[in-house]
Design a protein around this ligand. Structure first.
Ligand SMILES: Cc1ncc(COP(=O)(O)OP(=O)(O)O)c(N)n1
Ligand SMILES: Cc1nc(C(=O)O)sc1CCOP(=O)(O)O
Ligand SMILES: [Mg+2]
Length: 215
């Protein structure tokens, strides 16, 4: 399976201008899914109403481009917003409760940091993907763990369940993770902060997915 881009919104966004930017960015190339991840500057959650307003605004844009929309942290709000699923971390709603809230058809991903054990547990519980990170330095989140590409290769040799790599991923360092076996690369700053713009970032990631896959 060729690696695909998993896009994460900037931690804060302007709902007047961001929808148009998102529409153009998703039109630029293949994006598997978009995670709506709104955080205050200190990574605390933003108000529920703002999250729901953003989800309501971004959902039709994501689906226009056949992109699944996942909500970060909150399965309860994901249900209310009618999005495609949720991503939960080790300090968020437990997987079993998230699945009970959202049902079998929802996409539920779980943060597993650099832990083989956490990933095996998430997989056995029924998660749709596991996420390993952080692979590289990132200013988007204070990440306490450092994952290595060998973890991705081990996962590919162990199970069919998809794995997502996250943390400081750019078009420069992505090939290492693609070669190691990442099914998805979750990226925020590497797209929204790309020097030539987000649309060009999506094109560049998809070009490297093809070229790395063929090498
Ligand atoms: C795809 C993906 N992987 C990891 C995370 C981090 O989740 P979490 O540890 O819950 O931290 P916050 O994102 O909630 O700050 C993620 N969001 N997405
Ligand atoms: C949201 C998140 N989780 C991480 C983890 O290690 O679990 S790293 C991270 C930040 C991802 O944004 P960027 O692509 O800008 O580094
Ligand atoms: Mg979380």
């Amino acid at each position: 399976m060729q690696c695909r881009l998993y896009l994460i919104t900037p931690p804060s966004l302007d709902l007047d201008s961001f929808p148009d930017l998102l529409d153009k960015t998703l039109a630029a190339g293949d994006v598997a899914c978009l995670q709506l991840r709104l955080k205050q500057a200190d990574e605390t959650p933003v108000a529920d109403a703002l999250i729901l307003q953003a989800a309501e605004t971004l959902l039709p844009i994501a689906h226009k481009h056949d992109v699944s929309l996942l909500l970060n942290d909150r399965p309860d709000l994901a249900l209310t917003a009618g999005v495609d699923g949720v991503h939960i971390g080790q300090d968020d709603t437990p997987y079993a409760e998230a699945r009970q809230i959202l049902g079998q058809d929802a996409i539920i991903g779980v943060t597993c940091h650099d832990s083989r054990h956490l990933a095996m547990v998430a997989g056995e519980e029924g998660a749709d993907y596991v996420a390993f990170g952080a692979f590289f330095p990132t200013s988007t989140k204070t990440s306490s763990t450092q994952a290595t590409p060998e973890l991705l290769t081990w996962w590919q040799e162990t199970t069919e369940l998809p794995c997502v790599a996250i943390g400081g991923i750019t078009t420069e360092n992505a090939p290492t993770l693609v070669k190691a076996g990442a099914d998805f690369l979750a990226v925020s700053g590497g797209v929204w902060g790309y020097a030539h713009g987000a649309e060009e970032a999506v094109r560049a990631f998809n070009t490297l997915f093809v070229s790395t896959d063929e090498s």
